[in-house]
Design a protein around this ligand. Structure first.
Ligand SMILES: NC(=O)c1ccc[n+]([C@@H]2O[C@H](COP(=O)([O-])OP(=O)(O)OC[C@H]3O[C@@H](n4cnc5c(N)ncnc54)[C@H](O)[C@@H]3O)[C@@H](O)[C@H]2O)c1
Length: 382
């Protein structure tokens, strides 16, 4: 078994999710490459936070508060950086320039200029293997939809809708955190936080937004700061993007609607995808993680089939095929995809790969055009 040594910068929620995925690598019986976490970097020397890692992961040999010490550690091969968006450019570029491979979090730069600088560092270091996270593509029903895209069964695409919905911000008493602060989260608001997740499948399919008319809303404009004050909450809560979109062959233009809504009553991290075509259609939502809705049209009655998918994952697991995939299982698949592509130089399948830097670049062009569209109330070319 080949071992790849990882350092984690930013030991918050996503850092812990990766550590947990790495700890149960034996769940993936066919993988012959595995991650080993050897270093962590935390901004504060909080023993409660670092202790969770060092208590659970005996392979950690470096705990530092200075991310530069971690990227200079010769025992680290790959750095996973899961920090607030305002730090992406500085840390991603530094890691690449220090000769490390990189897994970065979305949005891969707080804005388009930061993203351009990260892409430029990657182009100057072609030896670095760099990917961005996104795991919803690994739900078995989504993998089946992706197989349908690859087999070109949809016919002429009529319409695509993708969305990501959260509800907790409906509560105006919810204290503000960094994702609601312009300087840290960035101007994209919910698009920066949630947008890459819903662009992954359409972009990998080769569907390119040509232009966008965006309607963005800031619904809750102030929030408690958790210290007894009310402070401005200036980020866009909800974004709806109407895009004229071209297929990969360039012979069909169709509407694609992308929604990233932080204030979606009743929704708890619901990721949705709907593709309607003249010969076949398909829908999925993480609300019902087993359910694939599919309609195949060959004339005659138009019937939506409701199919229970099991744990038929891209990367084989020890779980039986009838069980149900969870958020953590999808993340485990994503980490398997990163390491598989790292070792083999190409993904296991076209739709079983992490987001590429070029896909993040397209997302930045789209979100930047969306900001201009909202600002000027016009359709903007992407
Ligand atoms: N892929 C996903 O599903 C998903 C989900 C949530 C968040 N994210 C992304 O992950 C990233 C982190 O988000 P999170 O929810 O884990 O945030 P978080 O607030 O839980 O964690 C961020 C961590 O970064 C640390 N940090 C800040 N400045 C630092 C510095 N100078 N040096 C070292 N550490 C520093 C903080 O102390 C904190 O522990 C963001 O880019 C976010 O968009 C991805």
């Amino acid at each position: 078994m080949e071992t790849v040594r990882f350092g984690i910068i930013g030991i918050g929620m996503m850092g812990r999710e990766f550590a947990s995925a790495a700890a149960r690598w034996c769940h993936l019986p066919d993988m012959n490459i595995r991650p080993e976490i050897v270093a962590i970097c935390s901004r504060t020397p909080d023993p409660k936070k670092t202790g969770w890692y060092t208590d659970n992961i005996p392979s950690i040999r470096q705990v530092t508060q200075n991310y530069r010490e971690l990227i200079e550690n010769p025992d680290v091969d790959v750095v996973y950086i899961a920090v607030p968006h305002n730090l992406h450019q500085e840390m991603y570029c530094a890691a690449i320039e220090a000769g490390k491979h990189l897994v970065g979090e979305k949005p891969f730069g707080i804005n388009i200029d930061a993203n351009k600088n990260i892409l430029s560092a990657i182009r100057s270091h072609p030896e670095a293997f760099v990917r961005c996270t996104s795991h919803f593509i690994f739900y078995p029903a989504v993998q089946q939809i992706c197989n349908m895209i690859e087999s070109d069964v949809f016919g002429k695409i009529i319409e695509v809708e993708a969305g990501f919905f959260h509800a907790s911000d409906l509560d105006p008493a919810k204290p503000i955190n960094w994702k609601r602060i312009l300087d840290i989260n960035g101007e994209y608001g919910s698009m920066g936080d949630l947008g890459m997740h819903i662009c992954h499948v359409p972009f990998r399919a080769g569907w390119r937004p040509l232009n966008v008319r965006a309607i963005l809303s800031n619904i809750v404009t102030e929030r408690p700061d958790g210290k007894g004050n009310i402070v401005p909450c200036e980020t866009w809560d909800n974004a709806t993007l109407f895009c004229e979109t071209k297929n990969a062959d360039g012979d069909n233009i169709f509407p694609m609607t992308l929604k990233t809504h932080r204030i979606a009553p009743g929704e708890t991290n619901s990721w949705n995808l709907s593709i309607l075509g003249t010969k076949a259609s398909a829908r999925f939502s993480t609300k019902n993680p087993k359910l694939l809705q599919k309609l195949e049209y060959t004339g005659g009655t138009q019937t939506w089939q409701h199919i229970d998918t099991g744990q038929e994952t891209a990367f084989k697991t020890i779980s039986g095929g009838i069980f149900t995939l969870s958020f953590s299982d999808a993340l485990l698949q994503m980490w398997a995809a990163f390491l598989y592509e790292f070792k083999h130089g190409k993904p296991l399948k076209r739709f079983a790969g992490c987001v590429t830097p070029e896909e993040t670049e397209l997302s930045h062009r789209l979100f930047t055009a969306a900001l201009e569209s909202q600002n000027k109330q016009i359709v903007v070319k992407v």
